[in-house]
Structure formats: structure tokens, C-alpha cells
Design a protein around this ligand. Sequence first.
Ligand SMILES: [Fe+2]
Ligand SMILES: [Fe+2]
Length: 170
Amino acid sequence: MSPSRICQTLHDEHQSTVLFVERLEAMLGRYRAVCPDRDDAAAASLLRDLPHALGRELRAHFDFEEVQLFPRLAQEGDPALGALLTEEHAAMQPLLARLLSVGAVAQAQGFDEASWSQFRAAAGELCGQLSAHVLKEEMALLPVIEESLDAESDAGLYDIYAGNCGEISR
Ligand SMILES: [Fe+2]
Ligand SMILES: [Fe+2]
């Protein structure tokens, strides 16, 4: 358990994201040439969890990192890493938007060949980008932030995050 509450919270969210990416990859692996079966319970639950896992909460996580953590990282001497991670967030946005919109239609109506092909393409690209991004933050962002925080700043950041993350949506 990390002594920093904010770093522990972000780490837990990274773990949840990695688990969701694994579910997505498993679904892509099961349906290569054909659309997912409407009776497939795992596919149905993935589509149900998609808006929660990759929608509003992930946006709140990205926003918090960009507004609160990357400037702190720059103060600690690594402005280039914050800039790179911000670019990666931006690069994932169109993929996330496509996945969420195609996924919402598929949850209501099922996939057809065209929507499955769009979903597959976006999901395949996103899984790779998101996994690499999370790994980078786990190795190079959270340890530096944790090192830089005293108990008071940690509590302050946690309060900001807990207060904001239910309200941010784009
Ligand atoms: Fe990030
Ligand atoms: Fe993150």
C-alpha cells in the first residue's frame, strides 16, 4: 500500500483500466472474423461496463493528471514527460470517443459487420496505447509524485480529486 493516498488511488484506477483492457483484448481474440454473438454474456457485460471504464471516470483521471500532476512533475525537473503523457491522452481521445459511441449502439442493437469492424479497429489500437501509457505512469510518474508529496499536499490533492472526479465530463 502506497503511503500516498492520491498515488494509491491513481494506481488502483490504473489496475482497473488494465483489467478492462484485458477483457477487451479477450473479446477481440474470440471474435476475429465474425461479430460477437448477442448471447455472449462476457461481451454483453463488457459493453455494459464500457461507459464506466473508459468514459467519464477515465476523462476525470486524465484531467487530474494534466492539471495537478504534470505541473508538479515539471517542478520536479521532468517537463518533457508531462508533455508526452498529455499528447498520449489527446491521441487516445478519438479512439475512446469512437469506442464509446459504437459500443453504445451495439449494446442496444448488437453488432453488425460494419460496427464490429469499427469497434475492433479502435479497440485494438486503444488497448496498445492505453497499456503502454499506464505502464509509463506507473514507472515514471507516480514514484516521482509520491516522493515529492508531504502529508498535507497529499491530502490536498486527494480532496481535489475526490471532489472533482464525480463532476468532470466532456
Ligand atoms: Fe495518464
Ligand atoms: Fe494515469
